[in-house]
Design a protein around this ligand. Structure first.
Ligand code: PLP
Length: 751
């Protein structure tokens, strides 16, 4: 069973609402404007639902219009208020909206303000750390405002506005008042008429009606301008033939609100919320709630777990089939902090790591119990992966290389299970706590913290990490500025050996670290000397541009063309590269390595390239300049249907689960274990696994999968770029895999 905990985004449609919609589609399908009996029946539905809505909303008088949703209701209210402001011609100065309002409100204000030529100042009403409006500020500004918009309850945090306080602050102001009632509907009384609210938009799909139906309340006497004109429907206030199935379904939801049994009473919802909050606290002991629960709708919990990103938490919950949402928009390469939480003054990391869990008032004890049980399992899985900072000592010993990435910068942890020793390469300040926690949890001894070079974009956090963990100095020798024991030829961790090679260029002190396993060179940490698709820039104060060409030749002589090179920056999720791949992509590199271009000419050509190096997609200093044509290996993805066919037809197919161990541990992979050669290679462990597939590139296709298809696409692209033509990813990931049709899947697999 899926545990859907994202009701503030949308809800399923109540069975009785579905039935009502079907009834008006199949039987009473008339147009309410027709005068024959089919039309009259449809009209009766509309009248009946409107009467119910008036009762439920406490809006006996005024207009109650059916619209397509809250966004349309908001536009209509804004157009009405702004048009009237223009007509009234007072000395308006501003339009006000709560700083945590849904985007539809400020966007509508700005849009219509410009379009109607009012050009008033559009100002956000500040909120306190509890998410509530600053009423002193509001009282000061309201006398100059044409319209004030304050939501009844917030969609991200569930914070309930002090509508009575706002009503008082607006007393004596000529401003019209819009209250977005979307998240409040069915969860708290609004007393629209009593409070003197002028406009209140609602959306059906947030409360078990379908998408595409909503309502707008307009106070009797409040100015009104239709947004849509045409056939005169809705008393000529909103033209367009009515969405009859939506209205009928909404009517069934309103009837459920009135019957007093379908929806849980407030006290019961509070008990369920408290039960979920306790389960979350138990699962993630460091968790903080981002809004005071006593000020919030009982159906919304917004929280952050220090040290864990919202992406990680969402992946984890999803693996347990618990569907929640992240408070931050991930539109950019970097997770953006939630503007709502920022407006409340929360620290950026907390605002960027928030998770929202929301349920509707049709829940029951069984659902909540199951949700709590799965939340606890999620916490347990994190502990197994040593990701819970409060509980050390539970992980199984890890072995090998793990990659961490922060805004395109890479840090590597090399662990040796046999000796219980670890080395960190190119530490990043954001990871100090997590690495320290991991080492303590695994009971590993940190034997070195190494930098490949003195970084130009950030200060090394090696000292911080050493201080927080303590480093066992194996050689007894003092360490140099990059953490390497002075005079040591190699660092040994069990069967693994690290040696280093001076490769000045990007910086004068740059070194490449070579990893040998059982005496064989396995891969090289090249810092920023060579990046996938780029060469490290050499215009920093600490750069040695004229030494760069020689270092590239030294590197080639030491590692050849096929050894995997792991960079200190990976802006495009390519993971690794080889000199062979880069020679094909970068003419400048090819020219240097073939001897065609000397050190001086190379330094001059590079300086030219670096003249206008902009910031990266992460808004950080770019450490590499793209040299030559970008060699973009396209990911090739398979639809679930393709993969089902391949599973039967390709005996050598390898399926690779690139989800992290804390997700894999939760199971729920929809195909049987023996469906294909199945491997678990979390994305953070991918670099070490790449050579294995590259060595056996003719052993059949490799299909990566993950939760949504994005991480697996990265893995497939990386492997393809390195020369494995048969690397694919499963489009849409496990999310789109036909799980409900389990029988069909089994049949397709012939089991
Ligand atoms: N207002 C609030 C508070 C919301 O949560 C939403 C939807 O998320 C909207 C307005 C917009 O609703 P719709 O997209 O249904 O028009």
């Amino acid at each position: 069973m899926d545990i859907y905990l994202d009701a503030n985004a949308t809800t399923p449609v109540l069975p009785q609402a579905r039935q009502a919609a079907l009834a008006v589609m199949a039987e009473d399908f008339g147009n309410p404007s027709s005068v024959h009996s089919t039309g009259l029946k449809a009209r009766a539905w509309v009248d009946d639902v409107r009467a119910r809505a008036r009762r439920v909303l406490g809006a006996e008088r005024g207009q109650l219009l059916f619209v397509s949703g809250a966004t349309e209701g908001i536009q209509t209210a804004v157009v009405s208020a702004l048009h009237s402001a223009r007509e009234r011609g007072l000395q308006w100065q501003c339009l006000l909206y709560g700083a945590t309002e849904h985007k539809a409100v400020p966007e509508a204000l700005r849009h219509w303000n410009a379009l109607l030529g009012l050009n008033l100042e559009v100002l956000a009403i500040p909120v306190g750390s509890d998410g509530r409006h600053d009423l002193v500020w509001l009282r000061q500004h309201a006398p100059r405002a044409a319209l004030v918009c304050t939501m009844a309850a917030n969609n991200e945090t569930g914070v309930i506005s002090d509508l009575d306080g706002i009503a008082q602050a607006l007393q004596g102001s000529p401003a019209l008042w819009m209250v977005d009632g979307v998240q409040a509907l069915g969860k708290m009384p609004l007393r629209l008429a009593e409070r003197g609210i002028d406009y209140a938009p609602f959306s059906g799909h947030k409360l078990y009606a379908p998408k595409g139906i909503g309502m707008l309340y307009v106070r009797e006497g409040a100015p009104f301008t239709p947004l849509l004109t045409g056939g005169g429907q809705e008393g000529a206030l909103r033209a367009g033939t009515e969405n009859m199935s939506g209205i009928a379904a909404l009517g069934a939801v309103l009837a459920a609100l009135e019957d007093g049994v379908t929806f849980q009473p407030h006290d019961q919802l509070v008990r369920y919320r408290d039960q979920l909050a306790a389960a979350l606290k138990q699962a993630f002991p460091g968790l903080v709630f981002n809004a005071p629960l006593e000020r919030c709708l009982p159906t919304t919990l917004n929280f952050s777990v220090p040290g864990l990103s919202s992406k990680l938490l969402l992946d984890l919950f999803d693996a347990a089939e618990v569907h929640v949402s992240g408070g931050s928009a991930c539109s950019a390469a970097k997770a953006q902090p939630s503007p709502v939480l920022q407006a409340m003054g929360l620290p950026e990391a907390q605002a960027a790591g928030s998770v929202r869990l929301s349920f509707g008032p049709v829940v029951d004890a069984r659902f909540v119990d199951e949700a709590c049980a799965r939340i606890r399992v999620c916490g347990e899985s994190l502990r197994q992966s040593c990701l819970d900072a409060t509980v050390p000592g539970q992980g199984a010993p890890a072995d090998g290389l793990t990659r961490f990435v922060v805004d395109g910068a890479c840090c590597y942890l090399l662990a040796d299970a046999a000796s219980r020793q670890a080395v960190v390469i190119d530490p990043l300040p954001e990871l100090t706590e997590r690495l320290a926690q991991w080492l303590a949890c695994q009971a590993y001894t940190l034997v070195a913290v190494l930098d490949t070079h003195s970084h130009g974009d950030h200060a090394s956090s090696a000292g911080e990490l050493r201080d927080s963990v303590g480093v066992a100095n194996m050689t007894g020798a003092p360490i140099d500025a990059l953490g390497w024991p002075v005079g040591a030829e190699a660092l040994t961790l069990g069967a693994r050996r690290l040696t280093r090679l001076p490769t000045p260029g990007h910086t004068a002190d740059a070194h490449t670290l070579l990893l040998h396993v059982h005496g064989t060179l396995q891969l090289a940490f090249v810092g920023d000397t060579v990046l996938p698709g780029a060469l490290g820039r050499s215009d920093f104060a600490q750069s040695a541009p004229k030494a760069f060409a020689g270092s590239l030749c030294t590197l080639r002589d030491a590692v050849g063309l096929d050894t995997l090179l792991l960079p200190a920056h990976d802006y495009d999720d390519q993971f690794a590269t080889t000199l062979g791949v880069e020679i094909a992509a970068q003419p400048l590199l090819a020219a240097v390595l073939s001897g065609e271009m000397g050190a001086e000419a190379f330094a001059a050509a590079k300086a030219q390239l670096e003249l206008n190096l902009g910031l990266t997609a992460y808004q950080t200093v770019a450490c590499g300049a793209q040299v030559g044509a970008r060699c973009e290996a396209a990911a090739r993805d398979l639809s679930p249907a393709d993969l089902l066919q391949w599973l039967q037809a390709q005996p050598n197919l390898q399926l690779v689960d690139v989800r992290e161990a804390y997700e894999q541990r939760l199971g729920n992979v929809p195909w049987p274990d023996d469906a294909a050669a199945m491997q678990a290679v979390p994305l953070s462990r991918l670099p070490e696994a790449l050579p294995r597939w590259l060595r056996n590139a003719n052993q059949g296709p490799v299909v990566f999968f993950c939760r949504s298809g994005s991480r697996s696409a990265q893995a497939a692209r990386a492997l393809r770029r390195l020369g494995h033509a048969q690397a694919f990813s499963l489009r849409g990931g496990l999310a789109l895999w036909p799980r409900a049709a389990g029988v069909a899947v089994d049949a397709a697999l012939a089991i």
